[in-house]
Design a protein around this ligand. Sequence first.
Ligand code: COA
Length: 325
Amino acid sequence: MKKVGIVGLGEYLPEKILTNADLEKIVDTSDEWITTRTGIKERHLVQEGQATSDLAFLAAQKALKNANLKPEDLDLILVATITPDMPFPAVAAIIQDKLGAKHAAAFDISAACAGFVYGISVAEKFIASSVYKNALVIGAETLSSVTDWQDRNTCVLFGDGAGAVVLSEVKKGGIISTYLGCDGSKVGILNLPAGGSRNPATTETVRNRQHYLKMQGNELFKIAVNTMTEAAQTVLKQAGMTFSDVDLIIPHQANERIIMAVAKKLGIPKERVYLNIERCGNMSSASTVTALCEAVEEGKVKKGDIILLDAFGAGLVWGACVIEW
Ligand code: COA
């Protein structure tokens, strides 16, 4: 099997910013509540008319440029998203066309906040087994389009954005271990009830606000802490490593308190945890990948470093990955 690594990265965050002070004018909340309960200060939101593929495309272009590859070099495009432009076709198909990646197969992955980790795990297998040479994996979301702006329990949490990576064969380092999991018995605690084949859109589903995401935050909190801890332990064990080998953990950014509780359980000091939640909120599949992009951009990831991606989301699903940079 070939060694596979990340050879290019890029992110795109929409220009518009919604601060906690802005939210105070929309729902009964306060900057103090949002900051202390979640760690979020502001989030990026799309402009009217901007969709997930628009964000994904801009991130993809940057990642390709960073990898020094042309669209024609791509064999595979995966887009992790739960907010596609439309139920079908896939956002990946739209990106394939926009980029002009005429040799690439393309499909979407629906694994919510763990979608990017699922994506790189799938793409890695194609390259490791010599089926494909170059894959583009994108995490992109327009969560503002499924957020109920009347529900203070959820609307303060989410943001829009996209990140992309190019995976190719590497001589040294690269992805050492990946671990994916799912517990579908808990579909009910985080979902978007209507608009699919179970509850197609009707005037009633619209009136009942069923086209917005619903979440039992309190219950999720505890499960997220335990599951992310276990996923990190499992993937490191698979890699034959311990937490002292990890230079930087880049977790899914759902809540700073969740992240810090996981880090504490794992015995990883704060300085070795990367956060962008304060500026971006929870961007589901785009969170882990944009955090990775920013950590690299800021020089927090150096050649030879061991990084740990750790994500958890609706499904419930989870995924973790150990990479030697
Ligand atoms: N502003 C002010 N008060 C708010 C509020 C807001 N935006 N949202 C909720 N509250 C209130 C609640 O109504 C509740 O009031 P009550 O005690 O009078 O009923 C109180 O704050 C506490 O609510 P609770 O849900 O217990 O807060 P919490 O500490 O659990 O924090 C979350 C809520 C959502 C931030 C937290 O549970 C969380 O992050 N959960 C996990 C989310 C997650 O992981 N989601 C995605 C998975 S990827």
